[in-house]
Design a protein around this ligand. Structure first.
Ligand code: ASP
Length: 316
């Protein structure tokens, strides 16, 4: 049974979008931390992020701590350890982070390292680069003390072996669920993290949107932050998360900004794409938003002591 089949949360719509064109001054939300994550695995991710904030960690530390939870969980078959492999049976991972200063780090096509999000943070903090890929990223991780391990579990190997018998192309909606974690800390600062094993049974060497700054994740500490899940190729082609933040800069409400970014994709596919993309966003004033193309999408929101899963309906 797929993970989504277990979801039982009631539908909680996000408040109707209100556009504030022309209002470029966005007040900072302070003292009311917010953690917003994708999918059901966002709930335990939010818990870990919340603890990090309580222990004095900032938004970046909290986003990383949150993303590490599904990375380590073999039951999350779309992230880290236990993530479904590519067509050759290799688990290849993509991740990125971005902090409140506009600094960013990323790894793509990384193998045998359980916590790509932490390697991405090391790239950001300990190198002059933004992105390391493949063997170079692995060597960097090992040099930084990350342990190497086989990320294919019994279950993910069995699923892949079963798939090799028919080699049916999986739809993205069936097989991939990135964890993206957006955080606003008590100072009002924003940061985000994004990590995934990507599209199951993808071509060897495929990299999605999740390690691409501006596509899978974007943070602008003056305006807001946004992150994506879903078909990465289409998120990359529309520079999705950057677009959501830029639309908020122009005065769009967070949900309207997510919808407008998705409208670009929907239009490119003649009004009826056969795949899913969802965005989550936090505006600097603490307003959150989300939208998805079709079916439904769940985001986990931790705020004011509560951590809950919210379900939204697709735009088409
Ligand atoms: N966006 C990810 C990718 O395309 C996967 C997902 O979020 O489901 O690799």
């Amino acid at each position: 049974m797929k993970r989504r089949d277990f979801l039982k949360t009631g539908t909680i719509g996000i408040t109707a979008p209100s556009v504030i064109f022309g209002d470029l001054k966005i007040n900072t939300n302070k003292n009311d931390p917010i953690i917003l994550s994708t999918w059901e695995h966002g709930l335990p991710a939010n818990d870990a992020a919340w603890k990090t904030l309580q222990n004095g960690g900032n938004a970046m530390a909290a986003a990383e701590a949150g993303a590490r939870v599904p990375e380590a969980d073999p039951k999350s078959t779309s992230v880290g350890f236990g993530g479904l492999p590519d067509e050759k049976g290799n688990v290849t991972l993509d991740a990125c982070v971005m902090d409140s200063t506009g600094n960013a780090g990323s790894v793509a096509f990384l193998q045998n390292i359980k916590h790509p999000v932490s390697v991405a943070r090391k790239v950001m903090e300990d190198t002059k680069h933004v992105m390391l890929v493949g063997e170079g990223a692995r060597q960097f991780a090992v040099a930084q003390g990350f342990e190497e391990m086989n990320l294919l579990t019994e279950e993910s190997r069995a699923a892949w072996e079963k798939w090799t018998k028919k080699r049916r192309e999986m739809t993205p909606h069936e097989t991939h669920d990135t964890i993206s974690v957006l955080v606003q800390d008590k100072n009002g600062d924003l940061a985000g993290a994004c990590t995934t094993s990507g599209w199951a049974y993808k071509l060897y060497g495929r990299v999605g949107d999740s390690p691409i700054i501006g596509a899978g994740l974007f943070v602008d500490n003056e305006i807001g932050c946004a992150a994506a899940t879903g078909l990465g190729e289409e998120v990359i082609k529309t520079t999705g998360s950057f677009l959501v933040v830029e639309l908020m800069r122009q005065g769009y409400d967070p949900t309207t900004a997510c919808e407008e970014a998705l409208n670009r994709v929907i239009k490119r596919h003649n009004g009826n794409p056969d795949f899913q993309i969802a965005y989550i966003a936090i505006r600097k004033d603490g307003k959150i938003g989300s939208a998805c193309i079709k079916w439904s999408f769940e985001y986990a929101l931790a705020r004011g002591g509560a951590n809950k899963l919210h379900k939204i309906k697709g735009m088409i």
